[in-house]
Design a protein. Structure first.
Lengths: 642, 73
């Protein structure tokens, strides 16, 4: 059977560090998705968690420390939720590689905790056999026991323990029941892990390792599992009545899409409505503290570095947090309550037509506020290729940073003449047209991607609809903390670096008075340098400088143009800037500039997030080039037409 | 009134069928269709789990009607 490593090629077990007596024991938490694995993980580790990426891939590695009653500790790794160990999905490959001890940076686990949803015992226990094959001390956790009993189900632990030779523990992770028993098991692991030599391990998805046709092999496994489960007197709980009644509405032909639209609108509205005041607050705080700093330091380059460089740089990172937190709060509530799965089902057909998935709908939609949290949210898309396609397409959603640019150019160049009665005038029509352009570009790109680079065999779509549950705010809060931490650490670094670099470019060449005037700075030079390239689009060097500075963030161009045209406080006195631009740009070039901004990826923050979420520079670079090309061609055509 | 059907065979290539097998959707298992999504995708109950299948996938499942039972309402 083919050994599959990561992108870097296969590794043998001897390459990785295996348990030594002095190290903390490592226990792996494994189970299907929706089994309450993460809730159990959170209960055991609390805030002592670290999230990173497995090397070279976008799967997250979550390791935490569990404090044990005897004062010792074990490391607990929360493996991705899987149904098996096939080579088909990234999650399953990574899980298998971790269990086999073939991943750099994490040693082979010393013990396993297999957690399943006891209300669906038979199906979920399909994992038992491959897990037991590893011959490690294993604990079988039957989670959601409270639900099992509440809905009239039951099971005896004894036969399960006997047949498989594992300890069985019942828990209700969300209610905190049974956690102590799990801790006892972990204590036992800590004690037992001595210098026992670790045998080489392989995990096989197909039962028995014999070359049976897959159906037969799986069926045989299913029969064995059923036998044990029946011996344990398992009684399937009756379906949740509440879930059925809710589904009757939420998946109704008429009410379903209606509720869906309302939910979507709500999420969207709150990102805008709630985030904006908080963001303004952050802006104000950063600005005010920056001013205070500037006032208390002498006017040197160091002060400029601190205030205009570092402080502004920090501000440009922190400003994203409110949107990220609000979006993830909503997504967390929707996901944990069970509604998200239904929403994905409703959106799926529409998304499938363009080559994406139902689960991508909400993340994509939040791109209308800002692509940065939207790309982070694309994690909910289970298929790796679909996720990449979603990420690639997100920047085409007309984000809020484009609006100041659109507003300036539309006000300056498009007359406010009515087009369709009193409601629709030319200005509004142009704005809507730009939004539409974004959607068209997104759909076209998704289509193109799925046919070329991300082409894959159609997967048989299967969405599990978990029963509706009351979301645990504690669990959601922990995830929010995680996300912000990751964002600040990984993405924040890049955004900050870019801000400093840009600041540096405005500081040279030095004149007798210190920093040069913006027009003489190295940054402006770059505008001159690219002028011949943008001339066919009707742009001059001033626009060129604006394009260069707006690489950091789109709306920066408004301030930059204000400075270049010698207008103070351009955002508060729009008319002056509008007049100035009108004299400098032809209408055709203005439309071209609008289209340029609709298509081009002028947002280093987005690039930074993409790099993190795609674990490399390849995709963001490709994205940048593709969008730049589209923008150039679009602007070119517009200039010639108008 | 709900129908229960039995899965006879899955008309899909191995790599597309594997995710179904892993979830216990195997020939011989009982499937209870519950409803259709607004866009027509079937939503079924298998072994206590509620699953939504794309129309295209569902079309590849050959089933056999076995009996009918009342809704426990």
């Amino acid at each position: 059977m083919a050994e599959l490593g990561f992108a870097g090629g296969g590794r043998t077990a001897s390459d990785t560090a295996v348990a030594g007596p002095a190290e903390t024991p490592l226990v792996a938490l494994i189970g299907p998705p929706n089994s309450g694995k993460t809730t159990l993980f959170n209960q055991l580790t609390g805030l002592r968690q670290k999230v990173a990426n497995y090397p070279g891939v976008t799967v997250e590695k979550k390791v935490g420390k569990v404090a044990l009653p005897n004062g010792a500790e074990v490391d607990l790794v929360d493996l991705p939720g899987v149904h098996g160990f096939s080579a088909r999905t990234l999650d399953e490959r990574v899980t298998r590689d971790v269990l086999e001890g073939r991943v750099e940076g994490i040693r082979a686990p010393d013990a396993l905790v297999l957690i399943v949803d006891s209300t669906r015992l038979e199906a979920q226990l399909m994992l038992v056999e491959p897990v037991l094959d590893l011959k490690l001390p294993t604990l079988l956790v039957l989670n959601m026991c409270d639900e099992l009993e509440a809905r009239g189900g039951r099971v005896d632990d004894g036969p399960l323990e006997e047949r498989w030779g594992v300890k069985v523990v019942r828990t209700s992770a969300s209610a905190g029941i049974g956690i102590e028993a799990v801790r006892d098991f972990l204590t036992g692991v800590g004690v037992a892990v001595l210098s026992a030599p670790q045998p080489e391990r392989t995990v096989s998805n197909v039962p028995g390792g014999v070359a049976l046709p897959m159906v037969a092999a799986f069926t045989a496994r299913r029969v064995r599992v059923r036998e044990v489960v029946q011996k344990a007197g398992y009684q399937q709980p009756s379906p949740s009545k509440l879930s059925e009644r809710l589904d009757h509405v939420f998946l109704h032909r008429l009410w379903g899409p209606l509720v869906f639209s309302v939910v979507v609108l709500l999420v969207f509205k709150s990102i805008f409505a709630w985030a904006v005041p908080v963001m303004d607050g952050v802006d104000f705080l950063v600005g005010a503290s920056g001013d205070w700093l500037a006032a208390s330091l002498p006017d040197t380059w160091f002060r400029s570095l601190l205030v205009d460089g570092v402080w502004a740089g920090v501000g440009s990172v922190v400003i994203f947090l409110p949107q990220i937190l609000i979006l993830f709060l909503f997504l967390g509530i929707l996901e944990d309550s069970g509604y998200m799965a239904r929403a994905a089902v409703i959106a799926d057909r529409m998304m499938y037509r363009v080559g994406l998935q139902g689960r991508a709908f909400l993340p994509l939609l939040s791109g209308y506020a800002c692509a940065v949290p939207a790309i982070l949210a694309a994690r909910t898309v289970s298929d790796e290729r679909d996720r990449l396609a979603t990420i690639f397409v997100t920047p085409f959603m007309t984000c809020s940073a484009r609006l100041p640019v659109y507003a300036l150019l539309i006000a300056a160049f498009i007359p406010a003449e009515p087009l369709l009665g009193p409601i629709l005038d030319m200005q509004v029509a142009t704005l809507l047209g730009l939004y539409g352009l974004g959607i068209v570009a997104a759909i076209g790109t998704a289509f193109l991607l799925k046919r070329t680079l991300l082409k894959a065999e159609p997967t048989s779509f299967l969405m599990e609809l978990p029963p509706y549950r009351i979301p645990s705010l504690r669990s959601i809060a922990l995830r929010l903390l995680d996300r912000s931490h990751i964002f600040l650490r990984r993405v924040g670094k890049v955004i900050f670096t870019v801000a400093i670099v840009l600041w540096t470019l405005t500081q040279f060449p030095r004149t007798d008075l210190g920093a040069p005037h913006i027009e003489e700075s190295a940054l402006a030079r770059m505008g001159h340098v690219i002028e011949p390239v943008i001339e066919p689009l009707g742009f001059n060097w001033k626009i060129g400088v604006g394009l260069v500075t707006s690489l950091a963030a789109r709306e920066v161009i408004v301030g930059t143009l204000g400075t270049i045209y010698g207008i103070e406080k351009a955002d508060e006195e729009p008319l002056q800037l509008q007049d100035a631009i009108k004299r400098d740009l032809s209408p055709g070039a203005a439309v071209g500039l609008l289209i340029f901004f609709a298509f081009a990826l002028q947002c280093m923050s987005t690039v930074a997030v993409m790099r993190r979420e795609t674990a490399g520079w390849k995709w963001p670079a490709l994205q940048f080039a593709y969008m730049l090309l589209l923008a150039y061609v679009g602007a070119f055509i517009a200039y010639r037409i108008f | 009134m709900r129908q229960v059907v039995e899965l006879v065979s899955i008309d899909l290539p191995a790599d597309q069928a594997e995710p179904l097998f892993e979830r216990g959707i195997l020939p011989g298992c009982r499937i209870c269709p519950i409803r259709r999504s607004p866009s027509g995708d079937p939503i079924v109950e298998i072994d206590g789990a509620l699953l939504a299948l794309r129309k295209e996938t569902a079309e590849c499942l050959c089933v056999r009607l076995i009996n009918q039972f009342q809704d426990a309402d």
